[in-house]
Design a protein around this ligand. Structure first.
Ligand SMILES: CC(C)(COP(=O)(O)OP(=O)(O)OC[C@H]1O[C@@H](n2cnc3c(N)ncnc32)[C@H](O)[C@@H]1OP(=O)(O)O)[C@@H](O)C(=O)NCCC(=O)NCCS
Length: 206
């Protein structure tokens, strides 16, 4: 008997043994996205070194996984020195954008950060990064110009973040999940239909 395997959730914490999936995702980013993500041009060797930092004891890395590949990531990094805030970073591959992946990653990361006891987080991005500005704005971070880049903070204890947008965000997550699972179900139906067809053809030959 063939068992139908239930796919795991597409949004989940990335484990250390999945480091190659993160590396491949970051290497797949097109040059502009790579510049936006790392606030400047970085080469492949930089990325190969960088990914180890995404699995430190106080780092949280959430991934969007589809077909066993990571196509989007939200990271929370501890500050390098006292007095600084933990920093967030996001990347979604170009052909997965504007479908709510960034938003669901953001929401999941904030939930995890709150659970881990963080109270305030920092977001920075390039001065012309409208996408990141819009994404951060959805979660209460109003990015303003600071030393040539856009920067803002997220107060995880503020009711406006903890409560008010929850309904809209929950709806966004539900809509995203609905769209995702409809796709998976359609794919599953097509696979089962193809399999049934093959079984019928085999039976006809015998
Ligand atoms: C920023 C980024 C993560 C957004 O990912 P995404 O999956 O497209 O995000 P979403 O689909 O959830 O969109 C979030 C919001 O931003 C808005 N948005 C997305 N792209 C936009 C753009 N280019 N211009 C203006 N608004 C944009 C969406 O409309 C959405 O708002 P809405 O829900 O009110 O409609 C993605 O563009 C990216 O990876 N860019 C390259 C890396 C980068 O810039 N990282 C940030 C620095 S760390």
């Amino acid at each position: 008997m063939v068992s139908k395997k239930i796919p795991s959730s597409p949004i989940r914490i990335l484990r250390h043994n999945e480091l190659p999936l993160l590396r491949d995702h970051l290497l797949r980013l097109d040059p502009q996205s790579r510049r936006d993500r790392f606030h400047g041009m970085v080469n492949d060797a930089f990325i190969a070194n960088y990914i180890a930092r995404c699995f430190g004891p106080k780092t949280i890395t959430i991934a969007y996984v589809e077909s066993d590949e990571v196509h989007g990531v939200a990271e929370l990094h501890e500050p390098m020195s006292d007095g600084e805030l933990p920093e967030l970073a996001f990347s979604v591959e170009a052909n997965f954008r504007r479908r709510g992946v960034g938003s669901v990653l953001f929401k999941t990361l904030l939930d995890e950060a709150r659970r881990a006891g963080y109270r305030r987080l920092r977001v920075t991005t390039g001065a012309h990064n409208d996408a990141m500005r819009a994404l951060a704005h959805k979660f209460g971070a109003h990015l303003v110009f600071d030393h040539g880049e856009l920067a803002g903070t997220i107060d995880l204890t503020a009711p406006s973040i903890a409560e008010k947008p929850a309904r809209n965000l929950a709806e966004a997550v539900l809509a995203f999940n609905r769209a995702y699972w409809n796709g998976v179900i359609k794919m599953g139906d097509a696979m089962w239909a193809a399999r049934d067809q093959r079984v019928r053809e085999d039976a006809a030959i015998k």
